[in-house]
Design a protein around this ligand. Structure first.
Ligand SMILES: Cc1ncc(COP(=O)(O)O)c(C=O)c1O
Length: 268
């Protein structure tokens, strides 16, 4: 999220006067924290809270603090593709406010009252984390820091060895990414994706369709997000997990660099 653009969006909504500004949801895309100092300042100046979507960034750090300890409220996902993953659906919400904590506990279980379990005070969801997933997470937590180090080593190897033909994600100073995904930027993305698949290298475009263009949101006539819309056509996520072997990574790098040099030859 670009803080300057956030300011413009807030001004636009205020000018239109139709919506009540409540909160900003900032997504730590691919595992890298947003510019929280700026985003929190802008949001608080406008009476809004900041909700951090740390689904991909659990384990990342922002100015020495772990994701979960920076924004007003933070949600993460333990879905199997995430850095801290269980074997099915799971997630958590972090807050430092006791009032919000109590509200969340109630919402997690149908909106239940803390004193009378047969009375529901509000509409809630069925958001319990089941015990089996909890048991998996407790074991995974023991090796989580080790896995983060392994992900970082793999990311640094990509950073170093991939051709400069590919754009890299900018990781802000004084922050670390949890590298849920390693994502490059390439003008010939669809062609590259076909090339990698032909070479048996799994890859994916995350995400091909930005939120502002989703059918469910069109009724609000959301504004254009030109940077996001352009990136949705050029980003590609390549193999990344803590157990990616050096030989397999080298094969990915060599194949991608071959594609880049074929492109350079054609252009010359
Ligand atoms: C950035 C981001 N936010 C939210 C989610 C949703 O997580 P869940 O499916 O566990 O609710 C995901 C996972 O796909 C994600 O990557």
């Amino acid at each position: 999220m670009d803080p300057e653009d956030l300011k413009k969006a807030i001004e636009m909504v205020k000018k239109e006067g139709k919506l009540n500004l409540k909160a900003v949801i900032a997504v730590d895309i691919f595992g890298a924290p947003c510019e929280f100092d700026e985003i929190i300042k802008i949001a608080h100046e406008n009476g809004m809270k900041v909700l951090e979507d740390a689904a991909q960034s659990y384990g990342s750090t922002y100015h020495g603090k772990r994701a979960g300890a920076v924004a007003d409220m933070v949600a993460t996902s333990f879905y199997p593709t995430k850095p801290l993953a269980c074997y099915g659906d799971g997630g958590a919400v972090f807050t430092n406010s006791e009032e919000e904590y109590n509200l969340l506990v109630s919402c997690r279980v149908h909106g239940m009252s803390a004193t009378d379990h047969y009375d529901n005070l509000r509409l809630g969801v069925t958001g319990r984390l089941d015990s089996l997933q909890g048991a998996v997470l407790l074991e995974k937590l023991k090796i989580f820091d080790e896995e983060l180090v392994k992900r970082t080593i793999i990311a640094k190897t990509y950073d170093e060895k991939l051709s400069s033909y590919y754009g890299r994600q900018r990781i802000l100073d004084n922050t670390t990414s949890a590298y849920a995904l390693y994502t490059i930027n390439c003008e010939d993305r669809d062609e590259l994706m076909t090339y990698l698949k032909e070479h048996n290298i799994p890859c994916g475009a995350y995400y091909p369709r930005p939120v502002n263009t989703q059918t469910a949101y069109t009724k609000w006539n959301t504004r254009r997000l030109p940077v996001c819309e352009k990136l949705s056509k050029t980003v590609l996520s390549i193999p990344m997990h803590p157990y990616l072997e050096a030989e397999a990574q080298e094969y990915v790098i060599n194949t991608m660099n071959e594609f880049a040099s074929q492109k350079a030859k054609k252009a010359a």
